[in-house]
Write a protein that binds this ligand. Structure first.
Ligand SMILES: [Zn+2]
Length: 137
């Protein structure tokens, strides 16, 4: 019995053997004023997105509209998808065959943020920058 428990714990750690709740949605980000953010899948289905506070801010940034993304999380209802917390790198952009994270960069202070808005230091508007996962911390 104990051996079985240890085995299932180890199995849960492997990315190839995720728990059932973990799902991925892939497609084009649709960010339009007055509409909930969504992903349009290759099958032209719209999946509405929600997430934690920084993820929501990113999802309401019109500059990310049209990005080819994959979101990790789980469906809360048909057509409704809750993205995992942002620190798990749950929202990724396909950019030239690479997976990148949406970040926000102040080129005055060299400060990086993970949600859109004014720079915490100089208040200048930050720029969207897609960043290689290897280049983040
Ligand atoms: Zn700044």
């Amino acid at each position: 019995m104990l051996a079985l428990a240890v085995f299932s714990l180890a199995a849960a750690d492997k990315p190839a053997d995720k728990p059932k709740a973990a799902e991925t949605v892939h497609g084009k980000l649709i960010v339009r004023a007055g509409q909930p953010p969504a992903i349009e899948t290759p099958e032209h289905q719209l999946v509405q997105l929600d997430g934690d506070q920084p993820t929501r801010k990113v999802l309401h940034d019109p500059r990310v509209n049209g990005f080819d993304v994959e979101a990790h999380g789980h469906f809360t209802a048909p057509g409704q998808f809750l993205i995992d917390p942002q620190h798990t790198r749950s929202l990724l952009v396909h950019d030239h065959d690479k997976l990148k994270m949406i970040t926000y960069w102040c080129d005055v202070c060299y400060i990086r943020a993970y949600a859109p808005g004014p720079c915490v230091c100089c208040q200048k508007d930050t720029e969207v920058e897609l960043r290689d996962l290897d280049d983040i911390r």
